[in-house]
Design a protein around this ligand. Structure first.
Ligand code: NAI
Ligand code: MG
Length: 328
């Protein structure tokens, strides 16, 4: 029995969460859900977007499923990453059948450092304009590289590419690259590669099948993750994981999509695939594959899918179809 915090949030976050929980019921895994509130709607009634109570519920759980927040998303998700020290941002780039992916053979993962780099937000105005500080620490670099190697090993992947710009950022990215190769010594079976971020951005378009696991710093990872999402179809399909020492938080990349909210037209796939990432995190690999394959079957058939996939099904109809496959 796993203790799971569930934060549906705002807009379609609530709808894709309901759909996903419906599908999860058909798995051979028991969950003890702890429902918690956060986001715009909660802010309207209480004045805060992320109450301490919600943070505590997540802290006392093994993992968290998060739907989406609206305008308060930064206050909710950024704060949660800090409070829980979720130092890994994990984004799979995987082609699924029946989707608008640009390549139909992709299966790689981006492991992005989530706590430092240019996103520490230390900026200041100067006489000439403005300056931002980019911090790369040994500790954060070591733990993100170690996570990437462990993840690669656990998921039977064989190659890791460190992405950096060490030719220009000689000290910061020089250090990141040096630590990558230091950590690599503990994983002698792994194939190693390192590339400049600009060249990587090009190879995503020209030769994306060359990647297996990418490990990189915060800003580069943010940009490459969205480029990766572009390679494999729309926002309705892209899941993500935020992982720390004690918890993982699993969420679709999309937001509350106000234009779809309340209409039952949102694609539940991104949230369902976020649950697949959670199952893998909990080492329930067999159930993770079963869930993923059931969703893939529904996508491949293309009959009971939502409008963004050129179908006519509602969010719940698509979820029920996935569940039917699971129970078949
Ligand atoms: P969004 O991801 O909510 O929607 C952008 C467009 O993508 C939508 O208009 C829709 O056409 C499509 N889309 C997204 N998810 C879909 C799904 N499941 N099925 C079908 N189509 C889907 O991003 P937007 O419009 O920039 O932001 C809306 C609100 O969401 C804002 O208040 C923003 O702050 C918040 N947001 C929250 C995030 C989070 O909670 N992690 C992330 C991004 C935005
Ligand atoms: Mg982004």
């Amino acid at each position: 029995m796993y203790k799971i915090a569930v934060i549906p949030g705002d807009g379609i976050g609530k709808e894709v969460m309901e759909a996903t929980l419906h599908v999860l019921e058909a798995l051979n895994v028991e969950f003890d859900y702890q429902f918690a509130e956060a986001g715009d709607e909660f802010m309207e009634k209480s004045g805060v977007a992320l109450p301490q109570e919600t943070v505590d519920i997540v802290k006392n759980s093994q993992a968290c499923l998060f739907g989406a927040a609206g305008e308060s998303a930064a206050d909710v998700i950024v704060k949660m990453r800090q409070e829980l020290d979720l130092y890994v941002n994990l984004r799979p780039v995987k082609s699924y059948p029946g989707t608008n992916c640009l390549f139909d053979n992709l299966d790689f993962v981006i492991v992005r450092e989530n706590t430092e780099g240019l996103y520490i937000g230390r900026e200041e105005y100067t006489e000439e304009g403005a300056t931002a500080l980019r911090v790369i620490t040994r500790k954060a670099s070591e733990r993100i590289c170690k996570f990437a190697f462990d993840y690669a090993k656990k998921t039977n992947r064989s190659k890791i590419t460190a992405v950096h710009k060490a030719n220009v950022l000689k000290k910061t990215d020089g250090l990141f690259k040096e630590i990558f190769y230091q950590i690599a010594e503990e994983y002698p079976d792994m194939e190693l590669d390192d590339r400049y971020v600009d060249a990587t951005a090009m190879f995503f378009i020209t030769k994306p099948e060359m990647f297996d696991v990418i490990v990189t710093t915060n800003l580069f990872g943010d940009i490459l993750s969205d480029e990766g999402a572009g390679l494999v179809g729309g926002l309705g399909l892209i899941p993500s994981a935020n992982i720390g020492e004690k918890q993982g938080l699993f969420e679709p990349v999309h937001g509350s999509a106000p234009s779809h909210a309340g209409k039952g037209t949102a694609n539940p796939s991104a949230m369902i695939l976020s649950a697949v990432l959670m199952l893998d995190y909990l080492e329930e690999h067999e159930e993770a594959r079963r869930l993923e394959e059931s969703l893939v079957a529904v996508l491949a058939e293309g009959e009971v899918v939502t409008a963004d996939l050129n179908g006519k099904a509602s969010t719940m109809e698509m979820a029920r179809e996935v569940r039917r496959k699971l129970e078949a």
